[in-house]
Design a binder for this molecule. Structure first.
Ligand code: ZN
Length: 419
């Protein structure tokens, strides 16, 4: 028996050598022929305890049930040199500084992901928990633990992958600042600026090109509903529908600069579902589902670099300390530049940055808002001077737009040259 076993081992080794000699792929070969290793994880973060709803101050009673589970999802991307970025997307109102700090600290300790390589983004659903309120400590602890675990799972599950960027458009969002004799009203304005882009980063298996994950963005409040049930709103449905239509694929929603954008119509659940379906369909268009020849998928390759710094924003109120505003930039080679801004950023920032960062033959530019901190609106200078709802949130000095835009350019220039 022993002799037979060793004969088998010798035979197997010879066969393996022959295969390597003949140029057939080995495990090592696979690693060097692909640019990326990507892992993804998804965790249910629906509160199991009675908690207040976040987003509208009028709801003073806890949630009464679950319309749709809320999720936290993690996408871990590693390049050939072992450099990583991890993006965490959340069906929550925002990313509080405390949540960001707790998750970043533990993720750095446990998985060696530096803070600048971790992006936390929230969908701004108004049917999620007010997780920083009194009585939510237990949920906050569970949430933090689950998100850290999800990051670990995403990193552990990484596999060789190909990345591609494409985009489509979706017209669910409408500007919600309507001028009137008594100032700007919070009311749908079909003439106001919008960003209808649906950027999509797709993750595919190199062997058979099957889809494993999509990270998609959109700039619009998740405020179709404001009832007392847990719900991811239109972004929750877009993720749910896309995942149902592509079994085994994880869809992650990255909120854009939708500070002054609402989905219309709103107020009825059927509209949240319709808007979700529209957005899920736009993802299909962006990845060119049903097209025999894909002409608009830009392969994402090359080096991976990230940077996260804060810029001090000043208040007009005397003695109020400056706000340390986080700006994060992640660059994938010369193919994709992702800028993640904190707070509720209005659409002017996305439109301006995409214009100013555009380079002929340069990377696609993706601007996310609602990232890494959640502390009120960030109006543009225009919106601040016009007044209205988004301008009243904080007594900013009008210098905030130039300071934020300047910081983005500074960080983009600071990144090592793309390879
Ligand atoms: Zn908001």
């Amino acid at each position: 028996m022993i002799q037979l076993a060793s004969t088998r081992i010798v035979f197997a080794s010879l066969l393996a050598l022959l295969l390597i000699f003949a140029g057939t792929a080995t495990a090592d070969d696979v690693d060097t022929t692909v640019d990326w290793k990507v892992g993804v994880a998804s965790v249910d973060i629906t509160p199991q305890q009675r908690l207040l709803m976040a987003g509208y101050a009028a709801r003073k009673e806890p949630a009464m049930g679950t319309e749709q589970p809320l999720y936290g999802k993690a996408l871990a991307i590693e390049n050939r040199d072992g450099k990583r970025v991890v993006m965490v997307t959340l069906d929550l109102i925002g990313v509080t500084a405390e949540l960001r700090e707790q998750v970043a600290q533990q993720v750095e300790q446990k998985y060696n992901v530096p803070a600048h390589a971790l992006l936390l983004n929230a969908s701004h659903t108004h049917c999620g928990p007010r997780y920083n309120s009194e009585g939510a400590q237990e949920y906050f602890a569970i949430l933090t633990k689950k998100l850290v675990q999800a990051v670990g799972q995403a990193i552990d599950s990484r596999q060789p992958a190909e990345l591609a960027y494409g985009f489509a458009r979706c017209s669910v969002a409408m500007n919600r600042r309507t001028p009137s004799d008594s100032g700007f009203l919070n009311h749908p304005n079909p003439n106001g600026p919008v960003d209808h882009t649906v950027p999509v980063l797709s993750v595919r298996n190199p062997e058979d090109q099957s889809l494993r994950a999509v990270l998609f963005g959109y700039a619009c409040h998740n405020t179709t509903m404001g009832f007392r049930r847990w719900l991811g709103d239109y972004a929750g449905y877009a993720q749910e529908y896309f995942e149902k239509d592509h079994p085994g694929v994880t869809a992650l929603f990255m909120m854009g600069c939708g500070g002054d954008q609402n989905p219309y119509p709103r107020g009825e659940l059927k509209y949240a579902k319709m808007h979700g379906r529209s957005l899920a369909t736009a993802i299909e268009a962006a990845i060119e589902t049903t097209q025999r020849t894909l002409r608009h998928q830009h392969p994402v390759r090359g080096s991976l670099n990230s940077i996260l710094e804060t810029v001090d924003l000043e208040f007009a109120t005397p003695d109020r300390p400056d706000f340390a505003y986080p700006v994060q930039v992640i660059r994938f080679g010369n193919d994709l530049l992702l800028v993640a801004l904190g707070n509720e950023v209005v659409v002017d920032y996305a439109l301006r940055l995409k214009r100013e960062l555009h380079r002929e033959q340069g990377p696609a530019v993706w601007i996310a808002g609602y990232s890494n901190v959640y502390a009120g609106y960030v109006p543009s200078k225009r919106v601040l001077l016009e007044g209205g709802y988004e301008a009243r949130s904080r007594p900013w000095k009008p210098s905030l737009e130039e300071r934020i835009i300047g910081k983005v350019h500074e960080l983009v220039d600071k990144l090592p040259a793309a390879e």
